[in-house]
Design a protein around this ligand. Structure first.
Ligand code: GZL
Length: 301
């Protein structure tokens, strides 16, 4: 992750709605759906935003096209959640040349373009991995771990893997595969892993959706999720926490997707040319099987 800039372009504040181009990476998971709902609920006309929202179906080329369209449309601010960390230098330079400030949302970028974005808002992915790893080390120190990874090369995958592996130690990890953050691909990856690593007794999955797919694969193979194979997950969407109540997940590290209000506030400050912190970390917590059905039912997403 390179330097985030300081202060956006000075635009004439108060001159009508702020034109915002938002490139969302996809709709691959419950997390992403909740994040999109939060963004759309905050970036509204009544909040002074003229929003153009484009879903890239998890394809980087679609995001790059949307970003170039935003430049052509002459938006005031660009916000985007990059599907992977690299491959953005050219379009980020084009945006910089067009003097359009960028607010990075959720996922991170690794770019050589200096001051490519004004600020980044998201979760501390490495801390999420560390939290998961610490729980495993305390509760299942001798586990034979299989790791279901998110979209390879995404900031969430890279950093969760780094945080987790550093704590548990590579020697305790029997295998890894990517399920691309989706339920279907998580199920398929787990079906293969159960054949390849029959002695695995703990799954660390980078998100709930892949973990839910893995449950289907385990049950089809006659394994009891949460018992024969412990499951540690990240996100904390409703279906993931329900699996915790059902004793099929054992530990869930939250990654909060509901920060549309913070994105709105940041965009208004960028538009007004205010100084902003390089990054804003969204608060996360963690849940174990002491969670109650009432707590799950009360969750917003
Ligand atoms: C994390 C986010 C990840 C979620 C997945 O902030 O980028 O992408 O953990 C989602 O569910 O697909």
């Amino acid at each position: 992750d390179e330097t985030g800039g300081t202060g956006g372009q000075s635009a004439a504040p108060g001159s009508g709605p702020i034109k915002v181009g938002f490139s969302q990476l996809g709709a691959e998971s419950g997390w992403r759906t909740a994040n999109t709902e939060s963004v759309k609920a905050s970036l509204t006309a009544e909040n002074g935003i003229d929003l153009t929202f484009v879903d890239a179906q998890q394809k980087q080329e679609n995001q790059i096209k949307a970003l170039r369209d935003f430049i052509d449309q002459g938006v005031d601010v660009i916000a985007f959640s990059p599907v992977v960390e690299t491959g953005w230098d050219e379009v980020l330079q084009e945006i910089k040349d067009a003097e359009i400030p960028v607010v990075l949302v959720d996922r991170t970028v690794d770019t050589t373009v200096v001051d490519a974005y004004v600020t980044w808002i998201g979760a501390d992915f490495e801390a999420e991995g560390t939290t998961a790893g610490e729980w495993v080390t305390v509760n299942y120190p001798d586990a034979k771990i299989f790791e279901l990874q998110g979209t390879l090369g995404s900031g969430a995958q890279v950093d969760r893997e780094a945080g987790f592996d550093t704590i548990v130690g590579q020697q305790n990890i029997v295998g890894k595969a990517s399920g691309n953050f989706t339920r279907a691909e998580g199920k398929a990856a787990m079906e293969a892993a159960l054949q390849a690593y029959p002695d695995m007794d703990l799954l660390f999955t980078h998100n709930d959706d892949m973990g839910l797919g893995a449950i289907e694969a385990m049950e089809a193979a006659g394994k009891k999720p949460g018992e024969d194979i412990q499951i540690v997950s990240v996100d904390g969407v409703r279906d993931g926490l329900q699996a915790l109540v059902d004793k099929k997940f054992n530990y869930v590290v939250e990654c909060n997707p509901v920060f549309g209000d913070q994105i709105l506030d940041t965009i208004k400050k960028v538009y007004a040319g205010e100084q902003l912190p390089r990054e804003t970390i969204v608060f996360d917590q963690a849940f174990d099987q002491t969670i109650t059905q009432a707590e799950v039912d009360a969750r917003a997403y």
